[in-house]
Design a binder for this molecule. Structure first.
Ligand SMILES: *Cc1c(COP(=O)(O)O)cnc(C)c1O
Length: 462
């Protein structure tokens, strides 16, 4: 154990860490009534939560209930909004439809049918994820792999397709509602390894989910340890996307295989891989518990870098002060702010989305409040079909007010870092609501992207 960790343990263990739950106890929509603290809410409020959780995924654990949510500030508390369903997350019409069915029947199949009908209206698969990004290996599509940008492959391990708690805004919500057809998953490490060996331009592997940190360390070892062999030398970086530092920091501190996990991290780093934990934090509150801070220290002591990301979300963090404080705190704890995303065009988007003009204001004001070390956060960025598009700014050119945009990541690498312009629009929340400026008909990438959609080109073609 390093001195840093000893110091922190001495400071925190007696009071707080011992009181934090170390047994993982979870509640899903079927157990909403079993969450004792919800008895503080009105019957009507609880019914509303039941209606919404019949359509959108819900899952919370005892640690989140006890340590993250401020129950004296319900329903406005950002952590409450982050995990608990709210009436406004469905349109009025969809809400009424579901409420009527729940009031009139207990027939599971009728309830499911209505829920599925509503889900289909919520754009379950944004940005052509299913059609364009799934590569094939010997004519068989490799379902647990997505390859959109030349140098980076996403891998969805079969055992990591759930999270310790669900976020109410999650753009991967469709994976969690039990329909196996909608799920990306991959039980075979082999398929991943075969794909990586064949594609030497891939430098980055991004393990994602769900949350890969729900997996036992043994599983992670079987995916990651083989990457130390010479045929994987081109895979320099292993990123792991996770919300576990917020929702279950015990994973890195006192879970039975926490030490084995950290030992795996150390081995990968010592063997020369860059290992980055891509941590999702939506609010500084999530970093305020001592056990999360201890988890961060333990991870950093292995040489793993923690980078952070979050969308800008109405009801949760639509405020430059929240972002500035979050980024400052991240830098203080030794993490690197990486992305600010725009809420995606799926699921409960209408509840969480913020106009693009406002996202830029929040980003700009937050960046102005922090030092250069926290200005590593890129964005606000829209993850669209053609690529990640950054709202670079608002300007006026020849008397026309415009958004200045640019790709920070694109299906064709040649599109990256070329400024392009859209008509300024106070209400637009996504790319499909933007029109090219200066009377142009299309954005510069449109024809090429349309051709990709027709031919289903994956980035390996470049
Ligand atoms: C964001 C993203 C990546 C990683 O892009 P970076 O710019 O390297 O962070 C890879 N694949 C997909 C599908 C992504 O959305």
């Amino acid at each position: 154990m390093t001195p840093v960790i000893q110091l922190i343990k001495k400071q925190i263990i007696p009071e707080t860490v011992d009181r934090t739950p170390d047994r993982f106890q979870v509640f899903t929509e079927k157990q909403l009534d079993k969450i004792a603290v919800l008895s503080r809410l009105s019957e009507q409020h609880r019914f509303e939560m039941r209606v919404v959780s019949t359509v959108l995924p819900f899952r919370v654990n005892q640690y989140v209930l006890d340590y993250l949510i401020n129950w004296n500030n319900i329903p406005d508390d950002p952590m409450f909004q982050l995990v608990f369903p709210q009436k406004g997350m469905l349109s009025e019409q969809d809400f009424e439809q579901m409420a009527t069915v729940l009031k009139s029947t207990t027939d599971r199949s009728l309830i499911q049918q209505t829920a599925n009908e509503i889900r289909q209206r919520l754009n379950p698969h944004p940005a052509e994820q299913l059609s364009l990004n799934v590569p094939s290996i010997e004519e068989q599509s490799a379902e647990g792999i997505q390859h959109k940008y030349r140098e980076t492959v996403l891998f969805f391990p079969g055992q990591g397709q759930v999270c310790h708690s669900f976020c109410s805004f999650c753009f991967r919500w469709a994976q969690f509602i039990g329909d196996k057809n909608l799920r990306f998953s991959n039980k075979e490490a082999e398929q991943l390894h075969t794909y990586l060996v064949k594609h030497k331009k891939i430098t980055d592997l991004l393990i994602t989910g769900g949350d890969p940190m729900v997996m036992k360390t043994d599983h992670l070892v079987s995916y990651l340890e083989p990457l130390l062999r010479p045929e994987f030398k081109h895979v320099q970086t292993i990123r792991i996307g996770t919300k576990s530092l917020s929702f279950w920091p015990q994973r890195f501190v006192n879970d039975a295989d926490a030490d084995a996990l950290l030992a795996l991290f150390s081995r990968l780093v010592k063997a020369g891989k860059h290992v980055a934990l891509m941590a999702h934090f939506n609010h500084w509150r999530e970093m305020s518990t001592l056990i999360t801070q201890e988890a961060i220290q333990r991870i950093r002591a292995t040489g793993v870098v923690i980078r952070t990301q979050s969308p800008l979300l109405n009801h949760i963090n639509n405020d430059p002060d929240i972002w500035a404080q979050m980024w400052r705190e991240q830098v203080r704890l030794g993490m690197v702010p990486y992305y600010m995303f725009v809420e995606r065009d799926t699921g409960a988007r209408h509840y969480f989305e913020v106009p693009l003009a406002r996202t830029w204001e929040v980003y700009r004001q937050a960046i102005q409040k922090v030092s250069g070390l926290a200005r590593t956060a890129r964005g606000p960025s829209m993850s669209t079909g053609p690529g990640k598009i950054e709202i670079h700014g608002v300007s006026e050119i020849n008397g026309e007010k415009v958004f200045v945009l640019r790709f920070i990541q694109a299906r064709n690498p040649d599109w990256v870092q070329r400024p392009f312009f859209a008509k300024y629009d106070t209400d637009a929340t996504w790319l499909d609501q933007l029109r090219p400026a200066f009377g142009e008909e299309k954005f510069f990438f449109q024809d090429e992207y349309d051709a990709m959609l027709l031919k289903q080109i994956s980035p390996r073609a470049y």
